[in-house]
Design a protein around this ligand. Structure first.
Ligand code: ARG
Ligand code: GLU
Length: 687
């Protein structure tokens, strides 16, 4: 317990952090409030987070399982991103009512559309429960015992605190690499209805061409409303439900922002790794990212070739192409960023200083141990990642595996098959099959190739010959035959060449890769826990924020442009004029709705703000987060970062790291002029 006490002491002292870097725990925001005040914030720590009175935290919500949203009315109205609401908007869409394409606007509460399965969660409270979670564990019992004690205690505490009948959910999360454990208690609402969404030509304007980029002009928002049982408690959808009455909702600022203004983002960042050892950054920046980028470049080229030849194929592959492209672009910024910053070298220099300090103390040899663990882990993890990006990304192969799993569970496969083939274009998959298998063969050494893979390659002589034979004989080339499969046909699937290839890889991973990888990961968890604690002792002056893990955080900074390269400067605010400059009916991503052209032609809208940049430290999961001004009023909705700054998941650089937000005034402009849904303004509070 002594170590733990020192650790907590280290946390209690607050000193400098680096400019605008940080995703801070809201319950400890008192430690940052002076710095926030010095940068322009006019709020108190209690305004931001309180468990005794209504505070801004009560207006922030986890939307679904990976986005953030915010309340903007006393009637449970909320904003999030268009890309966060996308799948729900899509589910309500049909050929007659294409809400993705045309947008959707309820004109009264009775027209709002329910979304079974969609939940929103509000944080009730968060607290340090480290002692409870480690109760029964002593250092002499070892690291494996620590993990299992923590797991059992977490499960017990979560069960004790949760009240499912009242929608109260509890989860224990590890912070600072499990040096600390926090309990998060949420209220979860299950009746969340779609209120409004702009057409995709606004909500997804710029598409993947502009994704992760500035200048940006995407109206990335959608609007929902939370409903409760008549007594105010969380409930499943019912026509008798009433709008949620929140403790707190955001006022909306019409004053807008300008360069230099203080802003903060209140939301749920998903995952960062700021304190890891140099070898992990080297692996990500120099090995993993470049390899995955190369593989995805091939896949994207193949998809794009066929998508540009046919409108039908473009529709089939637009969502798939978007998700392949999203990480592909992010990784380019990330690996380029750590290279530009020399992060690996900087970390190594830091580690040398650390090792000197650690000599003859309890952390002696820790950096060597970390280096040794990473050296053993790297080839195994790379093989696993390579499998994911190659074999698993061939649609027919992973689909064969899913069908087999369904049949094994005696589930019908017809609707699954319908869904799969609706968006499947065999020529794309055939080309990707050859490209991915070829990449696997040339880039993974023989030791990392399953025996079956080598045998089949030898048998066919080339990946192309193998492909032709496989696609000619596989049942998965025949949609009708797949739709008709029943559990009694499972042997047929097991004899299929697509299934056999996928299974050969899975068996090989399960036997030769994963057990060792899991064992190494256990060692790594323990070593990282020590290393985190040691760094905090090594730098007692530094205020360490915990790495992101989808728990609620506050990031603060200011509205600022940046210079992406020599002689180029990007101003931080984009306007409607820029949309008109990009507008092009022949380019899908830039083809705006006619109504926007007409409004613009009336004149007077050139300066209408659309998006803005700021220095807030955000990551995936912060999508939909409220962007707030010095008084805590809503000025924007976070939806992206600039790609030159995406290494901020590993290292933050104030010169390049910028989050991209939708200016809330553009949202209001679209509601009024495109949706004609200004009935919604009556319930909002404008400042
Ligand atoms: N880059 C943003 C986020 O990760 C937006 C992604 C959705 N938009 C798109 N054009 N694919 O994750
Ligand atoms: N678009 C991201 C999301 O979905 C946010 C972008 C990022 O900062 O990674 O959360």
């Amino acid at each position: 317990m002594k170590r733990l006490t020192t650790f907590i002491l280290a946390l209690a002292v607050s000193f400098q952090a680096f400019a605008d870097e940080g995703m801070w725990l809201p319950n400890l925001i008192a430690r940052r409030i002076d710095d926030m005040g010095a940068k322009g914030c006019r709020l108190s720590a209690e305004d931001i987070y309180s468990i005794n009175k209504a505070s801004l935290k009560d207006a922030v919500l986890l939307f679904g399982s990976g986005c953030t949203g915010e309340l903007v009315s006393p009637n449970g109205l909320l904003f999030t991103n268009h890309h966060c609401g996308y799948s729900f908007i899509q589910r309500h869409s049909s050929v007659e009512h294409d809400y993705l394409k045309d947008g959707f606007w309820a004109m009264s509460q009775s027209e709002e559309l329910p979304n079974p399965g969609l939940t929103v969660s509000f944080l009730e409270r968060m607290e340090d429960v480290t002692d409870v979670i480690l109760y029964g564990w002593e250092p002499s019992m070892g690291d494996a015992a620590r993990d299992s004690v923590a797991r059992a205690n977490s499960a017990r505490l979560e069960k004790e605190v949760a009240v499912p009948s009242k929608g109260i959910r509890a989860s224990v999360e590890a912070l600072y690499y499990a040096n600390q454990y926090y309990l998060f208690v949420f209220r979860v609402y299950r009746d969340v209805r779609l209120v409004g969404a702009p057409p995709s030509s606004i909500g997804k304007f710029g598409g993947d061409t502009d994704n992760w980029m500035w200048p940006r002009h995407t109206g990335d928002f959608s609007i929902f409303r939370i409903y409760t049982a008549p007594d105010g408690s969380p409930a499943d959808y019912s026509p008798d439900n009433i709008p949620y009455r929140p403790r707190k909702y955001f006022s909306i600022s019409r004053a807008g922002v300008k360069e230099g203004d203080f802003t903060f983002v209140y939301g749920c960042p998903g995952s960062t790794r700021e304190y890891v050892f140099s070898d992990e950054v080297r692996y990500i920046g120099e090995v993993s990212d470049p390899q995955k980028i190369a593989l995805r470049t091939k896949r994207l080229e193949i998809q794009k070739k066929y998508m540009s030849q046919s409108q039908a194929v473009r529709i089939q592959y637009s969502a798939k192409n978007a998700s392949v492209s999203n990480a592909w672009k992010k990784w380019q910024g990330e690996s380029g960023g750590v290279r530009r910053l020399g992060t690996v070298e900087a970390k190594r220099a830091y580690e040398r200083r650390f090792a000197q300090w650690a000599a003859r103390g309890p952390y002696e040899g820790l950096t060597e141990r970390l280096a040794a663990i990473y050296a053993r882990r790297e080839p195994l993890y790379l093989a696993y990642e390579y499998f994911n990006e190659t074999i698993r990304s061939v649609e027919i192969l992973s689909f064969a595996w899913s069908v087999h799993s369904a049949l094994e569970l005696k589930r019908p496969v017809e609707s699954m098959a319908k869904g799969f083939y609706k968006d499947y274009y065999r020529p794309i998959d055939e080309e990707i099959f050859a490209a991915m298998l070829d990449a696997y063969r040339s880039n993974m050494s023989g030791d990392y190739q399953p025996a079956y893979f080598k045998e089949q390659l030898a048998l066919y002589g080339s990946v192309e010959a193998w492909r032709d034979a496989l696609f000619a004989s596989s049942i998965f080339s025949n949609p009708d035959a797949v739709k008709a499969l029943t559990p009694s046909d499972i042997a047929k699937v097991e004899a299929d060449p697509a299934y056999k290839l996928y299974k050969a890889f899975r068996d090989w991973l399960d036997a030769d890769i994963m057990p060792e990888l899991h064992a190494i990961d256990g060692e790594l968890r323990a070593a990282n826990r020590q290393y985190m604690r040691a760094q905090m002792e090594f730098e007692p002056e530094r205020d360490f924020y915990p790495d992101a893990n989808l728990t609620l955080r506050v990031a603060y900074g200011k509205v600022a442009g940046y210079s992406p390269s020599d002689a180029v400067y990007y101003a931080p605010v984009s306007t409607l004029k820029g949309i008109m400059e990009k507008d092009n009916p022949d380019i899908f991503d830039y083809n705006i709705p006619q109504v926007l052209r007409d409004i613009y032609a009336e004149g007077g809208h050139e300066k209408q703000p659309v998006c803005f940049l700021a220095t807030n430290h955000t990551t995936g999961g912060n999508s939909g987060s409220p962007v707030l001004n010095a008084d805590g009023h809503l000025v924007g909705i976070n939806f992206d970062r600039v790609w030159e700054g995406t290494m901020s998941d590993l290292v933050f650089d104030p010169d390049y790291c910028r989050n991209i937000s939708l200016d809330v005034r553009y949202l209001l402009f679209v509601i009024e002029n495109v949706g004609h849904a200004d009935w919604l303004f009556k319930e909002m509070d404008f400042k």
